[in-house]
Structure formats: structure tokens, C-alpha cells
Design a protein around this ligand. Structure first.
Ligand SMILES: *Cc1c(COP(=O)(O)O)cnc(C)c1O
Length: 425
């Protein structure tokens, strides 16, 4: 019996040697820079990247559905987990893994799970944490489909959901039932900008043994780190600030611990919610400039908010960076910046808001958010159209609410555009 490189190896040592050999072979070209103690901006650029055999400066697109095993034993080791080699892209892929590793580091979590979209991240989490007879409590003004999929689809499998104002901690406690498993919080919430106190929500989750899931899309890991405040799971629609260029749809989940990671990854893989390598490559490219973009986004947003607040045609405005914002103190406590989402109402209500949206030239009349371009939309008839009138009212999504995602264009151009459109509304 002979096996390279030890001709007379005792039989019981063969698997050990194979494992070590495979591990060496497959990690040799996957050395990562250690950015653990470096700044956030450095992590954005270097954290997930690994060295390949050509010394590529960027993570290449591994456009391969499947990966060759070195031999039968290695294939078996990959499946058993004894080797961390790649198997099949729905399960894992080097380009996608680079993005996941980066996100885990940026959110101070255990590991990341990249998904085809933000909704795929959300449904993978629901699938992993809920089942027949389970109950979830969520923020009333969450991203519309995050609520709709529970009320219309998961309800068919016996999952119960209550959407309430999660800024009210006593109301959360009063809504929790014996079968409640998950507290699902979006802060700042879409589109009301209402904040929920994450540390207080985490305390409730501990007390009632719930999993606290936070949609951190509006804030980004640059401005808010829910896992540090006690959340168990954080998710993003990568489509927004993380990719930032309005050219890709994607999502990601990061968990604090291994157990939840394993459960959610299992559902992602088995339901086929995986990201694609090309998508991951584009997102990694966008991610590198996220800090710069978000800084400019929010600097512009503050100036736009100040302009709108003083404008005679604006009836009301919600921006966490304004001192008039009811939860301004909470924003300062749990976020390191105020972001670039603004909601407001034009005096004259819905018709005036419509006129504003029809008369802007620079801002694009489009849904989505968090890109380099300024976007304007009307949640009641667009992103939240599927939410019933009654639920919209309860969630504070009024008919006159106009949502603005402030881009990184020249600030004077953004303000001039809004000013001329407000003249006509
Ligand atoms: C856009 C969005 C989602 C959904 O993400 P997709 O990438 O569109 O699937 C979820 N949550 C928030 C807060 C969002 O803005």
C-alpha cells in the first residue's frame, strides 16, 4: 500500500494526511489580508479579498457552476466539511465568499450569507426561523414585501405575524405571545424614517427568548452596527447603498453566532436563493467606495433637509438629522450619521406631491434608494401600494408622503431642481 507522499503510512493516518494535503492545496491561494484591527474604510477595500495564483488586485469572477475535486476523497471531504474546498456555486463560490467575508467583518458578525436579492435574504431568514404555529412581531412600516410575504404567503403555512410600532417597547412586550419566535426590526424604517431603539429591542429579545433580526439597509454598516447593539441577525438589501450604483439587485445576511448562520445558510442553499458570481463581483466593486458615497449622500441630505424644512410649501419633514426629528437623540445614540433618506409632505397634499414628482428634472422618479443618483417616489401608490389602506394609516404611510433618496450630485443642482419643481406644485 503506498500513498503520496508517505509510501509506508499506517492505514489509520491516511485520512488525516489527505485532509491536511487538501487543506494546504486549497488554502494556499486563498490567503486573506488581516484587516481585523484596521479602519472601516480599509476593510471596505481589503477585508474579503484573497490572493490568487496570478496576484490579481481584485477578486476575479469565478464564473463556474461546479468545481473539480482533486480526487474522490477530496470530494467526500468537501461534502463532509472536513475540507473547505468549493463544490457547487449554489452552495458557495470564491467570488461570492469574498463578499460574504467582507460583510461579516464590516458588521462584526460570525459569517455572511449572500443572496440573490434583499427579499431572498429576508425569506431565507423567515424560512429558517419560523414554522407552522410560530409568530413574528415586526415593525409596521417595514419594506412592503417583507411584510406582504408573511401576510400573504407564510400565513398559508400557519405562520402568524403582527406588525406594530417597534419604537414603543411596551407595545412590543404586549404583542409577544407564547409562540413568538422572532422580533423583526427595520430602523430607520421605510418610508416613515421612524427609529427603533436597538439596544432596548435586544433586551426584550433576550427576556422573551426571541431572535432579533434587523434590516440595516437604510443605515448601512458604516452608520449602524446592530450586532454590536445586541441583535442576532442583520440583513441588507445590497441593491441599495452597499452596491450603490443602481445596477445590481442583491442581498446579504450576517449572524452573530454559528448556530443561526448554519440554519439560515441551509435555507438559502436549499431554496436556491444564492447570489451569482458576476453579481458578487459588481457588489465588491461598489462596496469599496461605500464610505465615501455615504458621507457625500448624507452631507447632501442634511442640506436638502434644511432647505425643505424652511420651504413654505413643505407641510412636514422627517429626517433623523434635523433637531425637529422626534427621535433625534436616539439617532445620535445608535447611529454614527443620519443617512440620506428623507420623507416629507407638500402643503396641498397628494396632488401637490404629484406635481412635485412630475416636475423634477434631475431627481429620477423611481423606486429603490441608496445610489449615487437622487431618486424621488410616492410610497403610498408605489413601494407600499400592496399594504392595505388601514395598515398604511397605522404605519404612518400617509397619502402625501414623498420619499427622497439624496444622491451624490452637486448639492446646488439638487436643491435648484427641487426648488423649481416646488414652484409648480
Ligand atoms: C429594497 C429593500 C429591501 C428588499 O431588497 P431587494 O434587493 O429589492 O430584494 C428590503 N429592505 C429594505 C429596507 C429595502 O429598502
Amino acid at each position: 500500500m503506498g500513498i503520496f507522499p508517505f509510501p509506508a503510512l499506517p492505514r489509520f493516518l491516511i485520512p488525516v494526511v489527505l485532509m491536511v494535503r487538501h487543506r494546504f492545496f486549497f488554502t494556499k491561494y486563498r490567503k486573506r489580508m488581516n484587516t481585523k484591527n484596521m479602519g472601516f474604510d480599509t476593510k471596505l477595500i481589503h477585508s474579503g479579498a484573497f490572493e490568487d495564483q496570478f496576484g490579481s488586485a481584485t477578486v476575479p469572477i469565478y464564473q463556474s457552476s461546479t468545481f473539480k475535486f482533486k480526487d474522490a476523497q477530496h470530494g467526500a471531504d468537501c461534502f463532509s466539511g472536513a475540507s473547505d474546498g468549493f463544490i457547487y456555486t449554489r452552495i458557495a463560490n470564491p467570488t461570492i465568499k469574498a463578499f460574504e467575508d467582507s460583510m461579516a467583518e464590516l458588521e462584526n458578525g460570525y459569517k455572511g450569507i449572500a443572496t440573490s436579492s434583499g427579499m431572498a435574504a429576508i425569506t431565507s431568514i423567515y424560512m429558517a426561523l419560523l414554522g407552522a404555529g410560530a409568530h413574528i412581531v415586526g415593525t409596521a412600516s417595514v419594506y412592503g414585501p417583507a411584510r406582504g410575504v408573511l401576510e400573504k404567503d407564510f400565513s398559508r403555512f400557519g405562520v402568524e405575524a403582527d406588525f406594530i410600532n417597534t419604537a414603543d417597547i411596551d407595545l412590543i412586550k404586549a404583542t409577544i405571545k407564547p409562540n413568538t419566535k422572532v422580533l423583526y426590526v427595520e430602523t430607520p424604517a421605510n418610508p416613515t424614517m421612524e427609529l427603533s431603539d436597538l439596544a432596548a429591542c435586544a433586551a426584550v429579545a433576550r427576556e422573551y427568548n426571541l431572535v432579533l433580526v434587523v434590516d440595516n439597509t437604510f443605515a448601512t454598516p458604516y452608520l449602524q452596527n446592530p450586532l454590536d447593539l445586541g441583535a442576532d441577525v442583520v440583513l441588507h438589501s445590497v441593491t441599495k447603498y452597499i452596491n450603490g450604483h443602481a445596477d445590481i439587485v442583491g442581498g446579504v445576511v450576517v449572524t452573530k453566532e454559528k448556530e443561526l448562520y448554519d440554519k439560515i445558510r441551509h435555507c438559502m442553499v436549499y431554496m436556491g436563493c444564492n447570489m451569482d458570481p458576476h453579481q458578487a463581483y459588481m457588489i465588491i466593486r461598489g462596496l469599496k467606495t461605500m464610505a465615501l458615497r455615504v458621507e457625500r449622500n448624507q452631507e447632501n441630505a442634511m442640506k436638502v433637509a434644511q432647505f425643505l424644512e424652511k420651504h413654505p410649501k413643505i407641510a412636514w419633514i422627517k429626517y433623523p438629522g434635523l433637531e425637529s426629528f422626534p427621535q433625534y437623540e436616539l439617532a445620535k445614540k445608535q447611529m454614527t450619521g443620519f443617512g440620506s433618506m428623507i420623507s416629507f409632505g407638500v402643503a396641498g397634499g397628494l396632488e401637490s406631491g404629484r406635481a412635485l414628482m412630475n416636475n423634477v428634472h434631475l431627481a429620477l422618479l423611481a423606486v429603490s434608494l441608496g445610489g449615487v443618483e437622487t431618486l424621488i417616489q410616492h410610497p403610498a401608490s408605489m413601494t407600499h401600494a400592496a399594504v392595505s389602506r388601514e395598515d398604511k394609516e397605522k404605519a404612518g404611510i400617509t397619502d402625501d408622503l414623498v420619499r427622497l433618496s439624496v444622491g451624490i450630485e452637486n448639492i446646488e443642482d439638487i436643491i435648484n431642481d427641487l426648488a423649481q419643481a416646488l414652484e409648480k406644485s
